[in-house]
Write a new protein. Structure first.
Lengths: 440, 57
């Protein structure tokens, strides 16, 4: 074999290895949605169990074509702000548009399809985060529309700004958020909060004197098995946040990006760093919530997720012991944060999504600024710093909350948001779908 | 049918090889049909919800 043949062989292996890696990350991410479906169906009363599951399935189904139609293009066209740059994606004019030649089978392009698929599943995750907060009283069609806006427009705009090596939050401010605490968790959590303010609580949630009633789901077991399943799927999500060696070469002199993994901003990292901190954050969150809730399994498993999300911003750089401590903080914080949101705003966040994803996403970005400032990036990207993280937090919070609130307000005024009280009382499954989750 | 660049006889020099790859008008049309299907199903679902809620009343 000549040197040229060997080089071609190595290049071919690199391309198909990367392709296979993201293929399997995408498959694993579908398990997130199995988990979300079980979690939410379990948290639903029996009379609405089917419609909750249908809502999850539809979010998944609608996200795929809409993310292909415009979500993928938004990521590549908007790194500079609100004005699109049509050749920003890989210097290819129109890259990401559905009629672009790279938006389909293309010999020599092993990457676009699998990256699009991974990002589509990230989008589905944002929709599922939102989904749990609004169960049992949102119209299915309204939910699908809002989930599409969140997954195929809103979060991906935040990703273009702060989860993209060319995003303005990154290049101007040194924003560091490797595993999407901001663009996925904060945006989805705050979008849900905006919608909840207009949607209102389920019938019977609040009494006339403002006190709240606990509305229990029909299967706690289904919920916490779902939560554990969700964590399995998040290994696909987090794996998909890395850049496979050779996919992007950021610096030809140092060969960064060729000889090992990089994060999404092009800085060197390892898959091992992610697994150290994911598991330590997960354990910390479960233990913290177990202690604070005095053994409530729903909060314990939610705490595990919150522990991962609070570590997500700096998942590549935390000392694992500190990731554990951050996880404990997340597990403790989510419960009083959820209570405060309910008591103050009289919302009905059925699964604590605003607290678990929104609050812990914000804390995760803040933690990077407080405890991990000064980490260098590649090229002209500034080092991580507190001010950059604060700008990122404000931006992500607004990108999530404002569209969620404004669009759902318009839908509420048009009478296209909330299931009528009579249907809520009869149960959405029987009234709209004509079936029941469980036979006699 | 692979129309452009078209691996009809050989894969030499092939880039995009999906159906109608050479016809941007057709690709735009199909994309618009996809978008219309998504939007149409949401509208149909909203109508069904309104009808069923009227029946419950």
């Amino acid at each position: 074999m000549t040197i040229d043949q060997l080089a071609n062989f190595v290049l071919g292996q690199q391309k198909v290895s990367a392709e296979a890696y993201y293929w399997w990350c995408t498959g694993l991410m579908i398990i997130i949605h199995v988990g979300f479906l079980m979690y939410e169906v379990g948290a639903t009363r029996m009379k609405n169990a089917v419609s909750s599951g249908v809502k999850n399935l539809l979010a998944f189904a609608f996200m795929i074509p809409t993310f292909w139609l415009f979500g993928w293009w938004i990521y590549w066209a908007f790194p500079g702000g609100f004005v699109p740059i049509f050749d920003a994606g890989l210097d290819i004019p129109g890259y990401g548009l559905p009629w672009n030649e790279f938006s389909g089978p293309f010999i020599g392009d092993n990457e676009t399809g699998v990256f699009w698929a991974a990002f589509t599943l990230f989008a589905c995750t944002t929709a599922s985060i939102f989904s749990g907060a609004v169960i049992e009283r949102i119209r299915i069609s309204a939910f699908v529309f809002l989930a599409t806006i969140l997954g195929s427009v809103v979060w991906i705009l935040g990703a273009a700004w702060g989860w993209h090596a060319g995003g303005w939050l990154v290049t101007n401010w040194g924003f560091h958020d490797v595993a999407a605490a901001g663009c996925v968790h904060t945006i989805a959590g705050l979008f849900a909060f905006g919608v909840l303010l207009n949607l209102g609580p389920r019938i019977g949630k609040y009494n006339d004197d403002g006190t709240a009633n606990e509305i229990e789901g029909h299967s706690l077991v289904l919920s916490f098995v779902g939560l554990l399943t969700l964590i399995v799927g998040f290994f696909g999500f987090l794996g998909g946040c890395l850049i496979w060696p050779g996919v992007a070469v950021y610096d030809t002199a140092s060969m960064v990006g060729v000889e090992g993994w990089t994060n999404i901003y092009g800085a060197p990292m390892t898959l091992s760093s992610f697994v150290f901190n994911t598991l330590m954050g997960l354990a910390g969150g479960m233990i913290g919530a177990f202690w604070y809730s005095k053994g409530n399994p729903f909060w314990m498993m939610s705490g595990g997720l919150a522990g991962i999300f609070i570590c997500a911003g700096g998942l590549d750089i935390w000392y694992p012991g500190f990731a554990f401590i951050l996880g404990v903080v997340a597990g403790i914080v989510i419960i009083p944060a959820n209570n405060w949101l309910h008591n103050t705003f009289k919302i009905d966040d059925c699964v604590g999504a605003v607290s678990i994803h929104g609050v812990c996403g914000i804390l995760g970005m803040l933690a990077v600024g407080l405890f991990a400032s000064g980490y260098p990036a590649v090229g002209d990207i500034p080092a991580s710093n507190l001010m950059g993280q604060i700008v990122g937090i404000i931006t992500m919070a607004l990108v999530g909350f404002v569209p969620g609130y404004v669009i759902s307000l318009v839908m509420k005024m048009a009478g296209w948001l909330r299931v009528p009280d009579s249907v809520q009382e009869a149960g959405i499954d029987k009234a709209e779908l004509g079936l029941r989750a469980y036979s006699d | 049918m692979n129309t452009w660049p078209g691996p009809e006889n050989s894969w030499e020099g092939v880039g995009a090889y999906f159906t109608w790859a050479g016809s941007s008008g057709m690709l735009v049309l199909i994309s618009l049909v996809c978008a219309a299907i998504c939007l149409g199903v949401i509208i149909a679902a909203a109508k069904h919800e309104s009808e069923t809620s009227d029946n419950i009343k």
